[in-house]
Design a protein around this ligand. Structure first.
Ligand code: FAD
Length: 740
C-alpha cells in the first residue's frame, strides 16, 4: 500500500509514539484500569483527535486508509487508545457529514483540538443490535429539546463531554426509525448523569459508562442537520467507517499478538521445529490487513463499500481473536500469565467481534447485500473495477468464453473424463497459452496478477482446464525467465501457439547426477497433470550436496515413461499420469529459478481454488433464491444467510491474498511467503466452501445432477498439491521464525 509522504510521516510518528510512549506503560495501565491521561495528551499533540476532520476545520484531513493505519499502530501498542479516538471520531463525522454549516463551524474545530471529546450514545440497556427499539425520547419545548432515557456502554462516557445521541422525536412514527433524530449533547447540566462505569474483561483504562438523561435541555440548534426524523440514517451512515476502524483495530492487536508469538519462537532452540501455528497466524493477519485496506481504499475512492467494510470487520475481528488465542498457545502455560501481553490481547479481541454491530448481524447484512447486488450475476464477487481497460477486456473475454464454451458442456465432459483438448485449442486462439510468454516470442506477456484472474475465470468453468493452463504456463514462465536464449527461441513461440504443451512435474523424488556433458535423471513423479498431452515437462530434481534445480525434459527422451491416466476423485479429464525417469539423459544445463517457478505454481493453485469456490458460491446463491422451504426461499432463512456471508468473505479473502502474491512477484520481489499463504488459505478455503455449497443444495447437492458434488470432488487436489498444507505450514513457520 503506497501512501503520500505526509501521510506516511503521520503513520511513522504514531508508530514511534507507540514504541516510545505506549508500549512501556500499556500493560501496567491496563491492569490497573487507569485512564491514560498522559497518552491521551500525546495523541492530542499528534493531532489524532482531528484525524478525519478536514484541514479547513483544523483537523488532519486523513483519508480512511491512513486513518486505518493510525488505528492499527495504536492498537499494536494498546487497543484502549483507539477507543478514545474512534468514538470521538464517529461523533465528529456525524457533524461533518450531516450537520448544518453552523454546527460544523461550532463543533468541528473543538473536536479537532480535542477540547470537545466525543462519544456515541446509541445503545440502551435493552437494545443494542436492534437500534430501532431505543426508548430515549427528545421532547420539543420552545427552542430546546428535553432528553430523557438511559444510554448504555458509552465509550468516553466519563472523560468525554460532547456526545452524538440518538433519540425518538416522534413516538408514533412507523417504522420507528423515521421518528428518530440525532443530537449533539454536551455535558454541564444536572440532567445528564454518568451513573456507572462498566467493568470489562479487557479494553480497560478507557471509560465505558452508563449515562442517564432526565429532562436534559439541549438547544434546538444541536439537532444534527436541523431537521427531525433523519437521525437513524445519520448514525447508520457512519457504519462503513466504523467497521473499517474496528477491522483496523483488530489488525493492530493481531499484529501485536503475532509479534509476541514470533519473539517466543525465536527464543527457543533452533533444533526444535518452528510452531506451524505461525503460518496460520501470519496468513490470517495478512488477509485481515488486506481486507481492511481494500475496504478503506474503496471508501477513499467514494465507492459503495458497505458489503466490503462488513467483510473486513467480520474477518479481521474473528482472525484477531484466533491469532490472540494461538499466540497464547505458542507460549504454553506461560501464555496465561499477566506479565505477558498475550493474555491482554486475548481479553481485548472479543470486543471487536461484538462491537460496531455483532458479527452475527454483520453476516446478515453481508448476505442481504449479496442477494440484492449479486443475486443472479456471474462473476459475482470478482469485481473488475479499477482494473486497467486492457486487462479488464482480457479477463472479460475469458469469462465470456467460459460461459459459452465450457459451462454448457462441462457436466458431460467431466462425467466422461474427457480431456478438453478442443477447448484448449480454442484458448490457444485467444492467446491464453502464451499469456506468460514475452511478446517477442509471440506471447501476450501478461503479468501474474492478470494471469491469476484468468485462471480464476477458467476454474469457475472447470478446474481441469485451469490445471492444464497453469501447468503449461508454469513451464513457459520457467523457460522465459531461466532458459537459455536458444531454449527461449526454440520453445516459447511453439508453446505460445499451443503446438508444444508443457506440464510441471512438481512433487517427485527425482535425482540428477552429472555424467560428462550430460545430466542423468532418475526417479518418479507420482502425479503429473495433462501428462499424456504434454510434450515438455519441467521437473525439479535433487542434485549433489542437497541442491535442487529444474530440468526441461522432452517427452520422447529415452528412459521416460508415463503410466496410463490415473483414476482421480476430481479434476477428471486432466489425464494425470505417473512419470517415471530411468537414466534419462539431458544434454542441457539445469535451469535456475527454482523458487520462482514454484511461486507461479502456487499462484496457479490459489487462483484455481478461488475460481472453484466462486463457482460453488454462485451455484449456492442461485439455488438458495430458487429453492423454497417453510413457505419462503431458503435464502431468507438466517442459517443460509450466515453461510453465504462466510463463503463470500472467505473467497474474497483468498482472492486478495492471491492477487497480493501475484503483485509481489510482478514487483520483482521474492514472494515465496505470500504465494505460500495464498495457496494454503485458498486451497483449504475451497474445500470448506464447496462443502457449504453442497449443504445449501440439500439432498440435491449430493446428486450428480447438480455441480455441487463436482466442486466438492475438485477441491482436495488443490489442497494436497505440492506436498500438502502441513508441509507448507512448516516451511512458512520456519521462514517466519528465521527472517530478520
Ligand atoms: C466495551 C464496549 C463499548 C461499547 N461502546 C459503545 C458506544 O460507545 N456507544 C454505543 O452506542 N454502544 C457501545 N457499545 C454497545 C455495542 O455496540 C453493543 O453491545 C452491540 O451492538 C451489541 O448489542 P447488545 O449488547 O445489545 O446485544 P444484543 O443486540 O442483545 O445481541 C445479543 C446476541 O443476539 C444476537 N442477535 C441480535 N439480533 C439478532 C438477529 N436479528 N439475528 C441474529 N442474531 C441476533 C447478537 O448477534 C448477539 O449475539 C459498546 C459495547 C461494549 C461491550
Amino acid at each position: 500500500m503506497r501512501l503520500a509522504d505526509d501521510k506516511r510521516q503521520i503513520v511513522a510518528a504514531v508508530s514511534m509514539f507507540v514504541e516510545k510512549e505506549v508500549r512501556p506503560v500499556a500493560s501496567a495501565l491496563e491492569h490497573a484500569d487507569r485512564y491514560p491521561h498522559e497518552l491521551v495528551l500525546g495523541m492530542k499533540d499528534l493531532g489524532l483527535f482531528g484525524s478525519l476532520i478536514p484541514e479547513a476545520y483544523g483537523g488532519l484531513g486523513l483519508d480512511s486508509t491512513t486513518y486505518a493505519m493510525v488505528i492499527e499502530e495504536l492498537c499494536r501498542g494498546w487497543m484502549s487508545l483507539a477507543g478514545v479516538i474512534n468514538s470521538h471520531t464517529m461523533a465528529a463525522l456525524i457533524v461533518l457529514n450531516h450537520g448544518t454549516d453552523e454546527q460544523r463551524r461550532r463543533f468541528l474545530p473543538r473536536f479537532a483540538r480535542g477540547e470537545a471529546r466525543g462519544g456515541l450514545c446509541l445503545t440502551e440497556p435493552h437494545a443494542g443490535s436492534d437500534v430501532q427499539a431505543i426508548r430515549t425520547v427528545a421532547r420539543r419545548r420552545g427552542d430546546e429539546y428535553l432528553i430523557t432515557g438511559t444510554k448504555m456502554f458509552v465509550t468516553n462516557g466519563r472523560e468525554g463531554n460532547t456526545f452524538a445521541l440518538l433519540a425518538r422525536t416522534d413516538a408514533a412514527a412507523d417504522p420507528p426509525h423515521k421518528g428518530m433524530s440525532c443530537f449533539i449533547v454536551e455535558k454541564g447540566h444536572p440532567g445528564l448523569q454518568v451513573v456507572k462505569s462498566i467493568g470489562k474483561l479487557g479494553y480497560k483504562g478507557v471509560d465505558t459508562a452508563e449515562l442517564v438523561f432526565e429532562e436534559l435541555p439541549v438547544p434546538a440548534g444541536n439537532l444534527v442537520g436541523g431537521v427531525e426524523g433523519r437521525g437513524f440514517k445519520q448514525v447508520m451512515s457512519g457504519l462503513e467507517t466504523g467497521r473499517i476502524n474496528i477491522a483496523a483495530r483488530a489488525v493492530g492487536v493481531a499484529q501485536a499478538a503475532f509479534d509476541e508469538a514470533v519473539r517466543h519462537a525465536r527464543a527457543r532452540p533452533r533444533a526444535t521445529n518452528a510452531p506451524p501455528a505461525l503460518a496460520n497466524m501470519a496468513t490470517r493477519l495478512s488477509a485481515a490487513r488486506l481486507l481492511t485496506y481494500w475496504a478503506a481504499g474503496m471508501k477513499d475512492r467514494g465507492e459503495r463499500c458497505d458489503l466490503e467494510a462488513g467483510m473486513a470487520k467480520l474477518y479481521a475481528s474473528e482472525a484477531a481473536q484466533e491469532i490472540a488465542m494461538e499466540a497464547m498457545r505458542v507460549h504454553g502455560e506461560a501464555g496465561a500469565l499477566t506479565r505477558l501481553d498475550v493474555e491482554r490481547h486475548y481479553r481485548d479481541t472479543p470486543l471487536m467481534i461484538i462491537g460496531e454491530g455483532t458479527n452475527e448481524i454483520q453476516r446478515l447484512v453481508i448476505a442481504r447485500n449479496l442477494l440484492e447486488r449479486y443475486g443472479e450475476r456471474s462473476g459475482a464477487l470478482a469485481s473488475l473495477e479499477g482494473l486497467p481497460d486492457e486487462k479488464k477486456q482480457m479477463v472479460l473475454a475469458v469469462r465470456q468464453f467460459v460461459e459459452k464454451e465450457i459451462v454448457p458442456t462441462v457436466h458431460d465432459s467431466e462425467r466422461a473424463g474427457r480431456n478438453p483438448e478442443e477447448i484448449v485449442r480454442k484458448l490457444g486462439e485467444l492467446g491464453i497459452l502464451g499469456a506468460l510468454v514475452p511478446p517477442q516470442y509471440g506471447g501476450l506477456g501478461l503479468d501474474l496478477t492478470t494471469y491469476a484472474m484468468i485462471l480464476e475465470e477458467l476454474a469457475r468453468g472447470w478446474t481441469t482446464l485451469a490445471g492444464i493452463i497453469s501447468g503449461h504456463l508454469t513451464v513457459a514462465r520457467l523457460v522465459a525467465q531461466s532458459g537459455t536464449t536458444e531454449q527461449r527461441k526454440r520453445l516459447l513461440p511453439t508453446m505460445a501457439r499451443g503446438d508444444l504443451m508443457g506440464s510441471a512435474a512438481l512433487t517427485g523424488a527425482v535425482t540428477a547426477r552429472r555424467s560428462g556433458r550430460t545430466w542423468v535423471l532418475n526417479g518418479t513423479v507420482p502425479a503429473v497433470d495433462n501428462a499424456s498431452h504434454a510434450a515438455l515437462f519441467a521437473v525439479p530434481a535433487r542434485m549433489e550436496r542437497g541442491r535442487s534445480a529444474w530440468f526441461l525434459v522432452k517427452r520422447d527422451l529415452k528412459g521416460l515413461t508415463l503410466s496410463p491416466p490415473l483414476d482421480t476423485l476430481g479434476a477428471r479429464g486432466l489425464d494425470t499420469c505417473e512419470l517415471r525417469l530411468k537414466a534419462v539423459r539431458i544434454p542441457a544445463s539445469p535451469l535456475a529459478g527454482d523458487g520462482a517457478a514454484l511461486v507461479v505454481a502456487k499462484l496457479g493453485i490459489a487462483a484455481t481454488a478461488v475460481g472453484l469456490a466462486e463457482a460453488a458460491f454462485e451455484a449456492a446463491l442461485r439455488y438458495s433464491q430458487q429453492r423454497s422451504a417453510f413457505g419462503k426461499p431458503i435464502c431468507h432463512h438466517q442459517a443460509i444467510q450466515l453461510k453465504l456471508a462466510d463463503m463470500a468473505t472467505a473467497i474474497t479473502t483468498a482472492r486478495l491474498l492471491t492477487h497480493r502474491a501475484a503483485a509481489t512477484q510482478d514487483a520483482g520481489e521474492a514472494g515465496g511467503l505470500e504465494a505460500g499463504m495464498a495457496k494454503l488459505y485458498a486451497s483449504e478455503m475451497a474445500c470448506a466452501v464447496t462443502l457449504e455449497a453442497m449443504r445449501i443444495h440439500g439432498g440435491y447437492g449430493y446428486t450428480t445432477e447438480f455441480p455441487a458434488e463436482r466442486f466438492y470432488r475438485d477441491a482436495p487436489r488443490l489442497m494436497l498439491a505440492l506436498g500438502g498444507p502441513d508441509a507448507e505450514r512448516l516451511a512458512m513457520a520456519r521462514h517466519l521464525r528465521e527472517r530478520a
